[in-house]
Design a protein around this ligand. Structure first.
Ligand code: HEC
Length: 615
């Protein structure tokens, strides 16, 4: 009869980046005017057409073309020639193309890193006078699709209200809430995020909000809301997670067969954007293009997070501040993608997998972190990480003057936080657990539980870990231990309605009905339209014999969710208990209309008809 807590909280992918900091490139002299005619060039002459165009087309053009984020196009000889010295400088320093991971045996998809040889070729080309070369050598220009990258989406949704971006300021984060345009469960194979003007939007990230939490933060429907770090909730045994990340130059990722993302009716999509003022007032009104498939998901990846923000307390001048965390996998997984995240003091970011046989492998190494070019990196091939593998992160921070990106001048003490001047130490991994047919438990639940226990070892005050662990324990019927963790979560955040409801439901399930009532009431005080809490409170009051009290709760529950057969059936029972058989019959019938196999309504209705009471 009780609604089992079915909600798990996880923090959303953080997203931060701030106004880019100018990188000193040295004096930029105009490229030389009189290059040798191509036809007269000796064999060793480096030419644009033969040697340089293929590099620029592969690694620059996706951003350096009209309408994209790059400040100028790099599609023709004239384009390249007029920026030749700059190109030499930014490629030599590896500032461009923006690609942070070092070359390693594990390859990433869409790697645009330049080879040492390519960099040398660009330098030589510029030194030799940036010749054009023979037109027959010129490869055909890269073809870019105008408009939607994957063709016309099945559904396009546009933000209801534009966001008015002020002319100045930094640290602007805006969340747009999109009502998922589906009237039944659909499977999403790709999403194109069109954040709007690419000069203004630096990064964007979509979160699937199955519980419509974001909506509650909007001043009015469709208005959106501010904030960088979101906490969203999802159902305990539905922790599927996909990276839906946009940065300049991103081509939408098409999920392989079987990995589609479930989109239910009444789900919201929250687009979390980091926007950057342009000097004048601007408006931003993003759109999302959704591509569906009729192949439901058969594989369910989840996101793991390693982090150790609590250890971040970096003294000014410190050049080698190290933060680590490590997590041992309780099941076999395939690692699909990785997303390291720090702010401006982050210098050297590394993730390592250590296998049970003693071998280890670097999963990613970013030797010169730059927040402005953060990205989700997908592996070219899934990386098998067997049960027992320990994943570790080691992030090194530089809080000295020598760090050109240090936001404080002079350097200041820096601790963890959400603002750009604060720091973070997060490593996200998208893993696909191996589902073996004879496994006792859902491997995703095992991972989440191991993660929650790991987080509690690091920090007994971890609200989410207590809550998630409690929800998982509740899900497999370990009520006593679940109650202990709900109590901890409730102690840490006494007013959280989700926790009060779940805690109340657990107490109810344990037969501690009287104790459940204050929690369910608190949940409703915080959120009067909280269906689950209404329903649970109705049950609690009914089991204490307060049928009038229960009736009021079920009536309210039915107003919130008129299509819920169980609430209707319980409302019928509450009426029956106070002797109003006419109303009781009506609500049982309504319950059966909603769900013809609702047992409670069927049995009770029969009972009522069996001994008809004159009204
Ligand atoms: C992912 C998108 C992207 C790719 C790929 C890319 N650029 Fe850029 N580039 C930008 C953006 C955006 C800027 C503007 C500066 C900034 O935001 O930091 C920029 C700036 C530049 C600048 C000006 C630097 C300055 O300080 O003013 C040069 C030169 C440049 N890019 C060259 C290249 C070359 C050459 C390549 C390929 C080898 C390349 N870029 C690849 C996005 C990109």
């Amino acid at each position: 009869m009780t609604v089992v807590p079915r909600i798990i909280i996880r923090s959303a992918l953080p997203l931060i980046c701030v106004v880019p900091i100018g990188i000193a490139l040295g004096a930029q002299t105009p490229a030389q005017q009189n290059s040798t005619p191509a036809s007269a060039a000796p064999q060793t002459q480096i030419t644009f057409n033969r040697d340089i165009a293929p590099i620029l087309f592969r690694t620059c053009a996706q951003c350096h073309r009209p309408g994209e984020a790059g400040p100028f196009s790099l599609l023709t000889y004239a384009d390249a020639k007029s920026h030749a010295r700059q190109i030499a400088a930014v490629t030599k320093s590896r500032f461009m193309p923006p690609w942070l991971p070092e070359e390693r045996p594990l390859k990433f998809a869409d790697d645009i890193r330049l080879t040492v040889d390519e960099i040398a070729r660009i330098q030589a080309w510029v030194e030799q006078g940036a010749a054009e070369g023979n037109s027959v050598d010129l490869p055909s220009a890269p073809k870019f699709i105008e408009g939607w990258q994957l063709g016309k989406p099945d559904v396009i949704v546009k933000a209801t209200k534009p966001y008015a971006l002020p002319p100045s300021g930094s640290d602007n984060y805006w969340n747009f809430v999109f009502r998922a345009p589906v009237d039944r469960t659909r499977w999403l194979k790709a999403m194109e995020i069109r954040p709007g003007d690419k000069r203004l939007v630096h990064h964007a990230n979509v979160l699937v909000d199955r519980q419509q939490n974001g909506r509650r933060l909007e001043a009015e429907p469709g208005a959106g809301f501010a904030g960088m770090e979101l906490t969203i909730e999802s159902e305990a045994f539905d922790p599927d997670s996909h990276f839906l990340f946009w940065k300049p130059g991103t081509i939408p990722y098409v999920e392989p067969d079987g990995m589609a993302l479930r989109l239910d009716r009444d789900t919201d999509l929250i687009l979390n954007t980091h926007v950057q003022p342009s000097g004048k007032p601007e408006t931003i009104q993003p759109t999302l293009g959704l591509y569906f498939t009729d192949k439901p998901a058969t594989k369910h990846p989840i996101l793991l997070q390693l982090e150790n923000d609590r250890l971040l307390d970096i003294p000014p001048g410190e050049t080698q501040f190290v933060v680590t965390d490590q997590f041992t996998l309780p099941v076999d997984v395939d690692l699909l993608a990785i997303y390291p995240h720090a702010h401006y003091l982050g210098k050297d970011l590394q993730a390592l997998a250590k296998f049970l046989d003693g071998r280890s492998e670097i999963l990613i190494h970013i030797p010169d972190w730059n927040l402005n070019w953060q990205a989700v990196y997908r592996y070219a091939q899934p990386v098998r990480l067997p049960k027992g593998t320990t994943i570790s992160m080691k992030f090194v921070y530089d809080n000295s003057d020598a760090n050109i990106r240090n936001p404080n001048d002079p350097p200041q003490r820096v601790v963890a936080g959400n603002r750009a001047v604060d720091e973070m130490a997060h490593l996200w991994l998208q893993v696909l657990p191996e589902i073996s047919t004879n496994a006792k438990a859902d491997p995703r639940a095992e991972i989440l539980e191991a993660m929650a226990r790991h987080n509690l070892q690091k920090n007994r005050e971890d609200f989410e870990a207590h809550y998630n662990l409690a929800a998982l324990l509740m899900g497999r019927g370990e009520i006593a231990e679940a109650i202990a963790h709900f109590a901890e979560a409730n102690r840490i955040r006494p007013n959280e309605p989700t926790v009060n409801n779940a805690f109340g439901a657990a107490l109810l399930a344990a037969g501690r009905t009287e104790e459940s009532i204050p929690h369910l009431t608190a949940a409703l005080n915080a959120r009067p339209d909280y269906f689950d809490a209404r329903y649970n409170l109705g049950n609690a009051l009914a089991s204490l014999g307060d049928f009038r009290g229960a009736l009021a709760q079920f009536q309210a529950a039915v107003r919130i969710h008129p299509e819920d057969a169980n609430a209707e059936a319980n409302l019928g029972s509450a009426f029956a208990e106070i002797g109003d058989t006419k109303q009781a019959r009506l609500h049982y019938q309504r319950a059966l209309q909603l769900n013809p196999s609702n047992e409670l309504a069927k049995e009770n209705l029969q009972q009522l008809s069996g001994n008809p009471t004159p009204r």
